[in-house]
Ligand binder design. Sequence first.
Ligand code: ADP
Length: 435
Amino acid sequence: MPLLLGCIADDFTGATDLANNLVRAGMRVVQTIGVPSVPLQADVDAVVVALKSRTLPPQEAVAQSLAALRWLQSQQVQQVYFKYCSTFDSWYRGDTRGNIGPVTEALMQALGCDFTIATPAFPDNQRTVFKGHLFVGDVLLSDSGMKDHPLTPMNDANLVQVMQAQCQRPVGLVDYRVTAQGEAAIRARFEALRAEGVGVAIVDALSNDDLLRLGPALKGMPLVTAGSGVAIGLPANWGLTPSPATSQLPLAGGWRAVVSGSCSQATRAQVARFKARGGEALAIDPLALNDDAAVDRCVEQALTWASTRLAHGPVLVYSTADPAQVQVVQQQWGVQAAGERVEQTLARIAQGLVRAGVRQLVVAGGETSGACVQALEITQLQIGSQIDPGVPWCHAHSPLVDQGLHLTLKSGNFGGEDFFQQAFVLLQSASTGAA
Ligand code: ADP
């Protein structure tokens, strides 16, 4: 079967978010961690290559994205989708105003295409674009928390201007009145802009219906660039419609565990809820992780603790803590070193749990997920059904145990308070076919 859609995502959890939208709209999807070195084995409709290019300088982001494109072309994908953040942020230093423009133009050149779109709109997730201006909830991007982001500040909400500052080609606008009229009007506007020499069009979208109206106008466009929202309107271009079959994963078995290194508010509430409902939970103490021997001891103790409890239900091992506690740890080790030390410890615990028979694993935290996936030597994830918005169950093969396992990678602020319990209930019912 030919691959219909090949996606390049500029970060890991963003890739999962996109894959999740495609599955819900009717595609069977695999996400790869980085650019694969071998052809895809799975029979799917779309593949999402997860890069870590959002916070890289343009030259490096372009090189990684072109490598991903070459691999996708070797798989003969019919359309390419470059996915970035719904707040349109990326590397920003001095005169370099982001890498979204440079990556877009490099992909256009490599694909020999002279026109594409750019829109981070995803109204279901509170991202709308009106007259080219990006709103986060009720406020302009430039009035949102993104204005103070330490790495990628966004102090201009006018995406035509933002994109123009990053592009050589002229940037234009398809405004909301055109989007509202649907495919024919949108295509006519594309042609008019193209005739004016515009290479990239920002597209307004105020509702998910706008994204569904935009979808058909993108049929046949070699390159689409967007947040994850535009994806909801693409599968229909190949006659695909939402179906439970697309999110079907192999049957789940084995022990269940949660590893949490996220200190975000939502995760803190999820850990508290898990414990309040009587779940078996073990906190690891980052201050005790003095050296390699201390890390070894911590991992061993956690695995011994878990070994007597795994048979009785999901166990939780966590470093999740409130900001004051995190600050104490960061003062002791430094921000970077503290993060890495905790990530490595949790990743080794996840590795040990899987070796001990865990086959249903929830990981909380974006960076923590990256470390766990790496420790488990996982390179591909098949995307299953959604637990909470943006967070699906996945199935992956780990060479460590030479077997498949189910895992879900939850970025910090995602998921309701009962996420940990609900995730396993959902997987159980998906596996037994219960409602
Ligand atoms: P999120 O998705 O919530 O941002 P991440 O896993 O991406 O979660 O980031 C959390 C970071 O905080 C990781 O680097 C993790 O190792 C680190 N960390 C976790 N627990 C603690 C703690 N108790 N003290 C200090 N740092 C911690």
